[in-house]
Design a protein around this ligand. Structure first.
Ligand code: AQP
Length: 332
């Protein structure tokens, strides 16, 4: 069976996009693959400025929500990236086979640089090299499959390129990974700006549904979603992105498909109401389990401690092999 690795950044409160685009599939299928690993990629969060206390809080909350969503430490490994040094050890070697040009072509890099500049904030060097660290996250474990939303596919392709290049130059060392995407909800869009991704570091408030939002807040956000001035409910991603987004969210929450759901509704109001109800129902059990886990922080800490130990043992042989292959002497 192919090994699966995936991660989530503790850059903000997890969103419906993270759940429908990633977490839910990790829980339902990916964690049952052999030796699946799911990581809070806290080092990636540092590519932009973070308040240290908030980062600690969000790292704990993200791990807790991953478990609340249903990741089961009895069948998969859940851990924090910064607890396993192999990620940064390998990242440096991969920087030595990556080129400056290919890093600057990454779409997310360009988007995030633009966002930093809009905010008048500096651009950290780690924002440029972040996809290399992500490649190290994947390659260290010999993961063959990386389940991600659309926004991360280019980064997984970079990991592929670096694995192939390293293997060709220094001998076979890495499994060459591929991205796998969810069928529906590969890209949940912001409810107020349906041409932009629903992102957790977005502070637009009403446009983002958070996993821990109260039902009333979820309903308010969905009912106020931007649609367009038309009336007919049609599934047209390009022409009517707001309505298409609602149809995709409803489909992802109810197991339907957006095209056929479009035929069921004759008003935006009814579509919004059913979408809001469906989202509330999907979030309910996750929120209930989250409350239970918050009452038992020692359990979550134990999961992360054991997870890091298991992850280290899985990554070390590959990373050591890469150090030897590239010509570095083992420690004496
Ligand atoms: N809107 C989304 N729709 C579908 N999938 C999504 N994912 C994220 N947003 C959506 C998927 O969730 C996983 C973890 O995401 P991440 O932590 O790497 O990225 P993020 O939530 O987008 O966090 P950022 O980069 O901190 O947010 P922004 O963009 O606001 O700056 C991934 O599999 C991702 O595809």
């Amino acid at each position: 069976m192919t090994r699966v690795f995936s991660g989530i950044q503790p850059t903000g409160h997890l969103t419906l996009g993270n759940y429908l685009g990633a977490l839910r599939r990790w829980v339902e299928t990916d964690q049952h693959q052999a030796d699946a690993l799911f990581c809070v990629v806290d080092l990636h969060a540092l590519t932009v400025d973070q308040d240290p206390a908030r980062l600690r809080r969000l790292s704990r909350q993200t791990a807790t929500l991953m478990l609340a969503a249903g990741l089961d430490p009895a069948v998969c490994t859940v851990f924090l990236q910064s607890h396993v040094d192999e990620h940064t050890r390998l990242s440096y070697l991969l920087e030595c086979v990556a080129s400056d040009g290919e890093m600057r072509r990454m779409i997310q890099y360009k988007e995030k640089v633009a966002r930093q500049q809009e905010r008048g904030a500096g651009v950290r060097l780690s924002l440029l090299t972040y996809p290399v660290l992500m490649a190290a996250d994947i390659l260290a474990y010999g993961a063959g499959e990386v389940p991600v939303g659309d926004d991360q596919v280019q980064h997984v392709e970079l990991a592929r390129d670096l694995a192939v290049r390293f293997n060709q130059r220094y001998g076979h060392t890495f499994v060459v990974p591929k991205a796998t995407r969810p069928g529906v909800a590969a890209r949940v869009m912001n409810l107020q700006n349906p041409t932009a991704k629903m992102g957790k570091s977005d502070d637009s408030g009403l446009g983002v549904v958070y996993l821990l939002d109260e039902p009333d807040d979820v309903r308010k956000k969905v009912m106020r979603a931007v649609t367009d001035s038309g009336r007919d409910v049609e599934y047209d991603r390009e022409g009517r992105p707001g309505v298409a987004n609602l149809l995709e969210i409803l489909a992802a929450c109810t197991g339907g498909n957006p095209e056929s759901l479009a035929g069921v509704y004759d008003s935006y109001g009814a579509l919004k109401k059913d979408t809001a109800d469906a989202v509330v129902e999907v979030l309910r059990p996750v929120q209930a389990r989250h409350r239970e886990l918050c009452a038992d922080p020692a359990f979550v800490e134990g999961v992360l401690r054991d997870g890091a130990e298991k992850a280290r043992a899985m990554a070390r042989p590959t990373v050591d092999a890469a150090y030897r292959a590239i010509g570095l002497l083992p420690p004496v």
